[in-house]
Design a binder for this molecule. Structure first.
Ligand code: PMP
Ligand code: GLU
Length: 399
């Protein structure tokens, strides 16, 4: 007898987390694995943020928090949205939760009815499709490839919208491709959406600050989309705070209220201590953000240069986030010297883990077979050694 609900049985396991766990297990067993799988800054949380958390404990911020988050934190977020993005959101329109991940899922559950269509340009982060499945929505993928720098065109968007479309999901800078839409590109997409006023936009802006273009445009600032963009963001990436689990949505008031109602029934407000830390992140000095971005940019240059030297890898130059997403189809259909077939990008990722001891994530997990994702949020030495091992392992594959 299997007691698992159909809803959960049909969900895929998060491949980013699974690959990372596998690499940790191998490391615990004594294997020298380089982990380029999970995407998280390798920096420590800045000291002034850690101090704020310690103070929060001493000052007894230890009780249940308001479901949408402390008012002081929501005010700090509203100020951030105004200062950095030119947006006007009242604190009542902001809901803080356990990471951007929870708020993404909350918004989807709060807005998507069974059978509603949700447009997801792909490659897309592993959890989007699964969250839509939880809400019993219908995923409409719009595939993009490396030749268009993984960017959706207005014509593709127009062609995908139907009268059943409820939500369009965007992620810029993108996980897993690192692509960043320019303001002009976003304005052109917004012009399409302006013709479809019943469509909501879910803009995942979690990589806002890991952006090498020098400019960032929030979807919520675009003309024609007033009142129907939900912004997702949080402290995980910008402030190296993945473990603190604080993210938020900023949404039209009825949606924020619905998200808060949902959250009130199944997780309540996020950790009091982590919220106080996040408040310090938003109100404190911001030079740590730029310094980490600069370090990621340097590593991007390094990893792109090294990957371009590997025959058969097709590489673009990511403009943000901390991922490289090369096309690897030259290696699909090959076999190892022992005769093991590499029939898919998943086989290739497993081969790289087993043979090169480098953990990556297969493109299929991002709805993009034929690609592979490297997270370059690690040291230069690790990156050099990882790319050396990958090159050597790939050179052993033959047709
Ligand atoms: N969106 C994207 C695109 C991500 O890569 C991540 C990283 N896990 C998240 C959302 C969630 O971030 P968190 O829950 O740590 O705030
Ligand atoms: N966003 C990161 C990644 O894609 C963290 C892991 C996750 O939550 O998926 O690797």
């Amino acid at each position: 007898m299997d007691f698992i609900s159909k809803r959960v049985a049909s969900l895929a396991v998060s491949q980013t987390l699974a690959m990372s766990q596998r690499s940790q297990e191998l490391r615990a067993a004594g294997v020298d694995v380089i982990n380029l799988s999970v995407g998280e800054p390798d920096f420590d949380t800045p000291d002034h943020i850690k101090e704020a958390a310690k103070r929060a404990i001493d000052e007894n911020f230890t009780r249940y928090t308001p479901v949408p988050g402390y008012l002081s934190l929501r005010k700090a977020i509203a100020e951030k949205l105004s200062r950095e993005n030119g947006l006007t959101f009242a604190p009542e329109q902001i809901v803080v939760g356990n990471g951007a991940k929870q708020e993404l899922c909350n918004v989807i559950l709060a807005t998507v009815n069974p059978g509603d269509e949700v447009i997801i340009p792909t490659p897309a982060w592993v959890s989007y499709v699964e969250m839509v499945k939880l809400a019993e929505g219908r995923v409409v993928e719009i595939p993009t490839g490396i030749d268009s720098d993984f960017k959706l065109t207005p014509a593709q968007l127009e062609a995908a919208i139907t009268e059943r479309t409820r939500l369009v999901m965007f992620c810029s800078p993108s996980n897993p491709t690192g692509s960043v839409y320019s303001r002009d590109e976003l304005v052109a997409l917004a012009a399409v959406l302006e013709r479809h006023p019943s469509v909501l936009v879910l803009a995942d802006e979690i990589y806002e600050h890991i952006n090498y273009t020098g400019s960032f445009t929030s979807m919520a600032s675009l003309p024609g989309l007033e009142g129907r963009v939900i912004v997702i963001n949080g402290v995980s990436k910008a402030y190296a705070m993945t473990g603190w689990r604080i993210g938020y949505c900023a949404a039209p008031l009825p949606i924020a209220k619905a998200v808060s109602k949902l959250q009130g029934q199944y997780t309540s407000g996020a950790s009091s201590i982590a919220q106080k830390a996040a408040e310090a992140a938003y109100t404190g000095p911001q030079d740590c953000v730029a310094a980490m971005c600069e370090a990621f940019r340097r590593r991007r240059d390094l990893v792109v240069a090294l990957a371009k030297e590997i025959p058969g890898l097709k590489v673009n130059e990511p403009q943000g986030a901390f991922y490289l997403f090369p096309e690897v189809s030259a290696y699909i259909g090959t076999h190892t010297p022992e005769g093991r077939a590499i029939a898919s990008d998943s086989d290739l990722a497993m081969y790289l883990l087993d043979e090169a001891h480098v953990a990556t994530v297969a493109g299929s997990a991002f709805c993009a077979p034929g690609y592979i994702r490297f997270s370059y949020a690690t040291s230069d030495d690790n990156l050099r050694e990882a790319m050396r091992r990958i090159a050597a392992a790939l050179a052993r594959l033959s047709r």
